[in-house]
Design a protein around this ligand. Structure first.
Ligand code: KG4
Ligand code: ZN
Length: 348
């Protein structure tokens, strides 16, 4: 093996079939095929449809990734795969493919945690991770605050959503406002023309009593309901719904809570580096608000570029490469797919 391991990563936890190749912390290829358009008319990801799409997209994505990286599969030092959390049937396609590849090539297999991979991906853009760092992961499937002491083994969940994920809230509110799926980017765009102070929507789990039990947890379903009630009242009164203003006011509430809790978690745990990842990290208001609050609190901020924030194979390869470099034990070939894998299990 050269100094830096050549690692292929496979991601199939939701609707993206991702195959990425890295050499150490250098990104060589990142092939992503999405089945999103097949789910749009259902307003959410349909697990069975996603699994079938992974099955069709996997080998072409593997070939494309190897071609893009200019490597032969036989040159790989290891194969990494998301073994959870995610949609069970979707994960199975990735895990089975990774096993076949590892077995056929005679290379070690690393089953890794999807959330830890969202953190590790930043090494490809900003170099080695500070230890410890705090991670705010916000996507369609998860909203978590994690204390990351070692991305290959010591990740402690500080809090998570108790109902909807942040991206899910964006998608549901977009639907209420008649915007397409997935709603996050459409709300982001509409909000640019709107007044964020038009309606003051509730900030979930930020009251004095919540600070005792749910200090670092999130709740977005009350916010979603508040937007629905507001829109209903407006429609009942026969008045037009100011989409841009409602989008901006909703987005403001989400970003306020996410950034406030992330900075509070850094301060409480004495951590000076914050990483923001997941699809919602692409949100322009969230990026600006977190940057402003981190600067005021003396916290260094790392946000990977949007294509690395959304689900992809490179993030899995990046975590796999860290595993190899740190001499972690590879997974066994009877590695399961675990839809509810806890974040404390970084490697499986
Ligand atoms: O990480 P991701 O690609 O997949 C999951 O693991 O869920 O995240 C997708 C989520 C969707 O809910 C989408 O609406 C949201 O990320 N999203 C955004 C933006 N771009 C994507 N939310 C807010 N603003 C955006 N610009
Ligand atoms: Zn994700």
């Amino acid at each position: 093996m050269a100094d830096e391991p050549l690692v292929l990563g496979i991601e199939t936890s939701c609707d993206e079939t991702g195959v990425g190749i890295v050499r150490g912390q250098t990104l060589l290829a990142d092939a992503v095929a999405s089945s999103l358009s097949e789910h749009a008319r259902f307003g959410g990801v349909v697990p069975e449809v996603a699994s079938r799409a992974h099955l069709e997209a996997m080998v072409p994505a593997l070939e494309r990734s190897a071609r893009e990286a200019g490597v032969r599969l036989n040159d790989l030092d290891a194969v990494a795969v998301t073994s959870g959390p995610g949609l069970a049937g979707a994960l199975l396609v990735g895990v089975a493919s990774a096993k076949a590849l590892a077995l056929g090539l005679g290379r070690p297999l690393y089953g890794v945690n999807h959330l830890a991979a969202h953190v590790a991906v930043d090494t490809l853009e900003h170099g080695p991770l500070p230890q410890p760092c705090l991670a705010l992961l916000v996507s369609g499937g998860h909203s978590s605050l994690l204390l990351v002491e070692d991305v290959t083994g010591r990740v402690t969940p500080l809090g998570a959503t108790i109902d909807d994920a942040a991206g899910e809230a964006f998608d549901k509110v977009a639907r209420l406002l008649g915007l397409p799926f997935p709603g996050g980017p459409y709300i982001d765009r509409a909000a640019k023309e709107g007044d964020a102070a038009f309606v003051v929507f509730p900030r979930g789990l930020t009251g004095p009593r919540d600070l005792q039990r749910h200090r670092f947890d999130f709740s977005f379903s009350g916010l979603k309901t508040a937007v629905a009630r507001w829109v209903e009242t407006r429609e009942r009164d026969g008045e037009p719904v100011p989409v841009a203003d409602v989008a901006a006011s909703f987005q403001e509430a989400v970003c306020d809570v996410l950034s406030r809790k992330a900075v509070d978690a850094c301060r409480t745990h004495g951590v000076t580096d914050l990483l923001v990842g997941g699809g919602v990290a692409a949100n322009s208001r969230l990026r600006a608000m977190v940057a402003e609050r981190c600067a005021a609190a003396g916290i260094r901020l790392r946000v990977p570029r949007p294509s690395l924030c959304t689900d992809n194979g490179a993030m899995v390869a990046a975590l796999g490469a860290e595993m190899v470099v740190r001499g972690r034990t590879p997974s066994r070939l009877d590695l399961p797919a675990d839809s509810s894998l806890p974040v404390t299990s970084v490697a499986v």
